[in-house]
Design a protein around this ligand. Structure first.
Ligand code: ADP
Ligand code: MG
Length: 396
């Protein structure tokens, strides 16, 4: 972050500051925000700017509107209402994104006021990073702050284009996400244990490959483990498998051996006759997965071995559940790993990935973790060594 200015590097008193936030939060049928984590995550930055006496113009996307103008279903109305409750102050929600209506609202702002622009993706020029659209956004403000780590892997007008046109700063959330994740990758405390799960190898291959260069222990669970088990020569029955990726999995097993990385794969699994909560289940060694049955969780012997490795870690990065944790009969493996990570109080523990974070929340263990990344896709791209356009655009 050395070459990126943060909001601590400036005093924004009296300045109009365009702040890109990630308010892409779930909303129910009644228009209530059902998980306000992302809104809360932006509060420190908003508080600092308001405290400075800035005129804060917030902008975010929500969902996937067509980009042909206003759509009620994707309005930021519910977000504005929840944010008002969290901040205990009024917020003006504009109908337009740029143009005379917005200019008038901004002109009328006083120091410390907050305006929220409607869903920035109502205009398809946002995702195209259209230069004229970025210019019109920049014309609203004197400075730009990006606090939307969750969209930092996208080069859009509000995440990248506008940053080149105004003095640009990272907000606190952006700063903390980037510093924490890069710190872990550059100088992990050892032993560094990386835990990877989730559904597919193909989704995570770059992350696994990148972590293989950094970690001392690599733990594999979730649906992806069956492609590795195939590479080890086991039969996996009706489990999730990606035949085209068996060779790559074999290559990773070989790479681990060459590098002296301890690659831990399941030795037992919970199998089911159907992908259902009430399926018939049993626990079997990986050498005896019955034909026609599918592995939906790691088994208890595997969970114990993984927990023991996690207990010895000085730092842990976890992405991807160990099984279909959404269904209780297949949640034990993910719960055991989550509890082991939570119990290792001395270690730096970082959780990334939408479903992994949901699992940790479901088990009520979020507070026991050192850091929970708010950016699923962005954190994966950062871990796999890719430059994030939203971060690059902030570099001086
Ligand atoms: P994250 O969002 O944390 O990056 P992924 O999206 O890669 O994680 O994967 C999460 C999904 O993987 C969960 O919905 C979970 O049900 C599924 N999953 C885990 N284990 C299995 C398995 N053995 N078979 C099928 N799906 C699985
Ligand atoms: Mg996911």
């Amino acid at each position: 972050m050395a070459d990126i200015k943060t909001i601590d590097d400036a005093d924004f008193a009296g300045k109009r500051v365009l702040v890109r936030v990630d308010f892409n939060a779930p909303v129910d049928g009644e228009g209530n925000v059902t998980d306000d984590t992302r809104l809360r995550a932006a509060l420190p930055t908003i508080d600092k700017l308001v405290g400075d006496g800035a005129r804060v113009i917030l902008t975010s996307h929500r969902g996937r509107p067509a980009g042909e103008g206003y759509e009620e279903a994707f309005s930021l109305g519910p977000i504005a209402r929840r944010l008002q409750e969290l901040l205990g102050r009024d917020i003006v929600l504009t109908r337009d994104l740029i143009g005379p209506e917005v200019a008038e609202v901004v002109d009328a702002m006083e120091n410390g006021d907050i305006v929220l622009l409607e869903n920035i993706r109502f205009d398809k020029r946002e995702k195209k990073n259209d230069p004229a659209f970025a210019r019109a956004l920049a014309d609203l403000a004197d400075a730009y702050v990006n606090d939307a780590f969750g969209t930092a892997h996208r080069a859009h007008a509000s995440t990248a284009g506008v940053a080149a046109l105004l003095p640009a700063y990272a907000g606190y959330l952006m700063e903390r996400e980037v510093a924490t994740l890069t710190g872990m990758l550059d100088e992990p405390k050892r032993p560094f244990v990386a835990i990877l799960g989730g559904s597919k190898v193909s989704d995570k291959i770059k992350v696994i490959d990148a972590l293989m260069d950094k970690a001392d222990v690599l733990i594999i669970g979730g649906g992806m483990c069956f492609t590795f088990l195939l590479a080890q020569g086991y039969e996996v029955g009706a489990s999730l498998k990606e035949d085209d990726w068996v060779e790559r999995a074999a290559g990773l097993i070989e790479k681990a051996r060459e590098r002296g990385v301890a690659l831990l794969l399941p030795t037992d699994v919970v199998v089911a006759d159907r992908f259902a909560e009430d399926a018939a289940t049993k626990t079997v060694p990986v050498s005896a997965i019955p034909e026609g049955m599918m592995g939906l969780d790691i088994g208890p012997e595997t969970a114990d071995a993984y927990a023991a490795a996690i207990a010895d870690a000085a730092s842990v990065f976890w992405n991807g559940p160990m099984g279909v944790f959404e269904m209780e009969p297949f949640a034990a493996g993910t719960r055991a790993v989550a509890e082991a990570v939570a119990a290792n109080e001395a270690a730096d523990t970082i959780i990334g990935g939408g479903d992994s974070v949901a699992a940790v929340n479901k088990f009520g263990l979020a507070d026991a973790m050192t850091f929970i990344s708010t950016g699923g896709g962005a954190s994966m791209e950062l871990v796999q060594g890719e430059a994030l356009p939203g971060v690059e655009a902030l570099r001086a």
